[in-house]
Design a protein around this ligand. Structure first.
Ligand SMILES: Cc1cc2nc3c(=O)[nH]c(=O)nc-3n(C[C@H](O)[C@H](O)[C@H](O)COP(=O)(O)OP(=O)(O)OC[C@H]3O[C@@H](n4cnc5c(N)ncnc54)[C@H](O)[C@@H]3O)c2cc1C
Length: 473
């Protein structure tokens, strides 16, 4: 169930120190928020439970979507906030907070330009493939396409900007005045020592509840057989505080799943090999869903197959696209990627039905030639047929992070049950309600880091003002 995160009511608290802005959690949300606070010349403290701030962000591919960035302009990509907002809403079947979607789409380019130009984060536009749901090239990533690199760059920027960090420290208590103003946080250290730190404003950047098995079981039962591949420190604290405070919350069953976690190895095999024409088959060598609809919703389809596994099957052309990803290089080194000159030989290596796989690959050739949608609604029009040498990787369905959470306005201010903002409480990234609708199928690649980076930046900017001028906000 929800964790033991507590709210203590009262207008006085005995705090060791007071900092204008305190941030709970040191992932992308927390560090982007901290940079924005420092840009306003205001002091900030990030409190992180781990020894190093890493979070889900460091496990990620670090690809951040934006519409209208300087990098897109330089590459001649025509995009707009309206098109991006439409793509997000369409993927989520319009079951989103449309105003928030529009705001994020409009602010997305400014976030990328700000990270690159002001804070020296070496993002570039990702070329060569488009994730399901996006109309144009709009992913921005680090050179090795890794979230670890992104976190390293954010940590360097925070050090240069004078962000204070308190690590090895779990925030477990919010001290909140009778007027709903957060006045301090209570912290517990690994040796059990406790501390209270006062704040002018508080930003919840502590992601969702993917690391809390009981909450996942209660709120997302379809993930019973999923492998958890997210950050274990995300226990649902923001939701517990939200409940105690009477905050508005939504989409608690929403999540980012992934249908391509190398089974037994825990290495994500990213989706370009599928979107560019690869397929997924079960032990019988048969396809079972429209795998190009999205990697998130495909996770439960994989989990429904025998042994809760499937095989992603592709060829040398898609293999070359995949070589740009650090994760894929790790999968190669770990021996996850099988290679053979015929479907039958590949099936023998993988331990799946040879006749079934050969028939399925022959069927995809016919689908490429006809361009017609198949029985699952997928079209292979414009894709090259799969040709020898073939590759396969055994995968299972995974939970990456949860997408439901606290409802926020366009400045990332947490809303109460009547949709009024709390005076000085903010949330972003996985702590806030996302833009992916109520389930798994609304997640469009990039929704996680869009809400982390942009809501983080907006929260930091507004919290700095709120802390400096508490009576005007
Ligand atoms: C394998 C993988 C690949 C992904 N690839 C992408 C991608 O390419 N693009 C994309 O957009 N998204 C991607 N995602 C999703 C993305 O990583 C997340 O949406 C994003 O990192 C969430 O950022 P965050 O700051 O909200 O949370 P996190 O990065 O998880 O940070 C939260 C931090 O809060 C800390 N914390 C929690 N509770 C407390 C507490 N009580 N006190 C102190 N500290 C606390 C945690 O230790 C953690 O460090 C991927 C995810 C995974 C797992």
């Amino acid at each position: 169930m929800v964790p033991a995160a507590r709210v203590v009511r009262g207008n006085q608290v005995d705090a060791a120190i007071t900092v204008p802005v305190v941030i709970v959690g040191g992932g992308a949300t927390g560090l982007c928020a901290a940079l924005a606070v420092r840009d306003a010349g205001v002091d900030v403290l990030v409190i992180e439970r781990d020894r190093q701030p890493m979070g889900t962000t460091a496990m990620s591919t670090g690809l951040i979507p934006a519409a209208g960035s300087t990098l897109q302009h330089a590459a001649g990509v025509a995009d707009s906030a309206d098109l991006f907002a439409r793509d997000i809403a369409t993927k989520a079947k319009h079951k989103v907070d449309q105003a928030l979607v529009q705001r994020l789409a409009e602010e997305s380019a400014a976030t990328i330009d700000w990270l690159v130009e002001r804070h020296g984060v070496a993002l570039s536009l990702v070329d060569g493939f488009i994730y399901p749901g996006h109309s144009v090239l709009r992913m921005h990533g680090m050179p090795g396409r890794s979230g670890g690199e992104f976190m390293g760059a954010l940590a360097n920027a925070c050090a240069a900007a004078g962000v204070d960090m308190l690590t090895d420290s779990v925030v477990d208590t919010l001290h909140v005045s009778h007027e709903n103003r957060v006045i301090a946080v209570g912290i517990v250290h690994p040796d059990g020592a406790r501390e209270v730190i006062g704040c002018g404003a508080l930003i919840l950047a502590c992601c969702g509840f993917a690391g809390n098995q009981a909450m996942v079981r209660d709120l997302i039962p379809e993930l019973e057989h999923a492998t958890f591949h997210g950050h274990p420190g995300n226990k649902g604290d923001a939701i517990a505080w939200g409940q105690a405070l009477g905050a508005a919350m939504a989409d608690l069953a929403a999540y980012q799943g992934h249908a391509g976690l190398a089974a037994g190895h825990g290495i994500p095999i990213l989706w370009p090999l599928i979107t560019e024409g690869g397929i997924q088959v079960n032990r019988a060598g048969q396809r079972f869903a429209n795998e190009a609809a999205g990697y998130s919703e495909q996770a439960v389809e994989v989990l429904r197959q025998e042994g809760h596994v499937a095989w992603s099957v592709y060829d040398a052309a898609r293999h070359r696209i995949m070589l740009q990803f650090d994760d894929y290089q790790q999968a190669l080194s770990a021996g996850c990627i099988l290679t053979a000159d015929s479907p039958e030989a590949l099936a023998a290596l993988a331990g799946i039905d040879a006749a079934g796989l050969a028939a399925t690959i022959a069927e995809t050739h016919a689908l490429v030639a006809s361009g017609a949608p198949d029985r699952f609604g997928r079209s292979f029009a414009g894709k090259a047929p799969l040709t020898a040498p073939f590759h396969a990787v055994k995968v299972t369905g995974a939970l990456f992070h949860t997408q439901g959470g606290l409802e926020v306005d366009g400045d990332a201010r947490v809303l109460d049950g009547q949709r009024r903002p709390f005076p000085n409480l903010y949330a972003g990234g996985g702590a806030a309600r996302g833009i992916s609708g109520p389930g798994a199928d609304g997640y469009m690649a990039g929704n996680g880091l869009l809400t982390a980076t942009t809501l983080g930046r907006l929260a930091g900017r507004h919290a700095a003002l709120s802390a400096a001028h508490p009576d005007e906000r």
